[in-house]
Write a protein that binds this ligand. Structure first.
Ligand SMILES: [Zn+2]
Length: 262
């Protein structure tokens, strides 16, 4: 092992030993995120470690005088850590900042580096992820999603899915796949479901997967990732092939987790 790796491991161990999130605070915060309750006790313990490290490596700040409580920080970091539970924090390398607005925010930039989720029609955003830059979130939207996880919306997972997608330098709905996966299978599964959704939207049909997913392949990947973690039954029912690809990519099976729990 080289010295950098050794130092890094030592620092990680030190952080986990000396600066772990206090258990009562962890429990209290987690009560708000009911969709995390299906995790096994081993997974919850892994998530607590990852959340601790996330909060040490990233700067999570409210805008101006919007102060984030410890509980809010944990609720955000725990959700952000869920997609990388089996992938590791290295998947969030090369950027450090998470900016949290109290409510929806307006943006005024023309950069092609920003991918935003536009949840309403007044051009205000509930979340945004920048290539090699910050993740921006609205606390109102986070709370809103936590109150109704069964609907499958989750702005935190959405924006962090964009971050995973951007790992190879572009947001195109194709994150770097594991060597055990095949790009063709991924592309077939996702593009078939995406095309079908676009057709339904074009014909003004009601869609069970949020129509926002039909905007671009990048938004499709981010939105199906929300369902995958928050309401896996909906995704599996409507896009079973996509669900299977996400099981391979995230190395998690939220449906099996639910079944095991019930
Ligand atoms: Zn988006």
């Amino acid at each position: 092992m080289n010295i950098i790796k050794w130092l890094k491991r030592r620092r990680t161990r030190h952080t986990l030993k000396k600066h772990s999130i206090p258990y009562f605070l962890w429990q209290k915060s987690l009560r708000k995120a009911t969709f995390l309750h299906d995790l096994s006790s081993v997974e919850k313990s892994q998530l607590r470690k990852l959340t601790t490290l996330f909060l040490h490596q990233k700067a999570v700040n409210g805008t101006r005088d919007f102060e984030l409580s410890d509980e809010m920080l944990i609720v955000i970091a725990a959700q952000a850590s869920l997609p990388i539970l089996k992938l590791g924090l290295n998947y969030y390398n090369n950027w450090v900042e998470v900016i949290v607005y109290p409510g929806a925010f307006r943006v005024n930039h023309n950069s092609v580096d920003a991918i935003g989720v536009n949840e309403n029609e007044t051009n205000t955003l509930s979340g945004e992820a920048w290539l090699r830059g910050p993740v921006v979130l609205s606390w109102d939207a986070i709370e809103h999603d936590l109150h109704a996880p069964h609907l499958g919306h989750n702005v935190v997972i959405h924006e962090f899915a964009h971050k995973l997608d951007m790992l190879d330098g572009s947001a195109d709905g194709l994150p770097p796949l594991h060597p055990t996966m095949q790009v063709k299978q991924w592309a077939d599964a996702l593009s078939t479901a995406y095309t079908m959704l676009r057709q339904q939207v074009a014909h003004h049909h009601r869609t069970r997967i949020d129509a926002y997913a039909a905007t671009t392949p990048a938004e499709f990947f981010a939105v199906v990732s929300e369902y995958f973690f928050a309401a896996p039954n909906i995704l599996n029912q409507h896009c079973p092939e996509v669900y299977l690809q996400l099981v391979q990519f995230y190395r998690q099976d939220p449906l099996a987790r639910q079944a095991h729990k019930n």
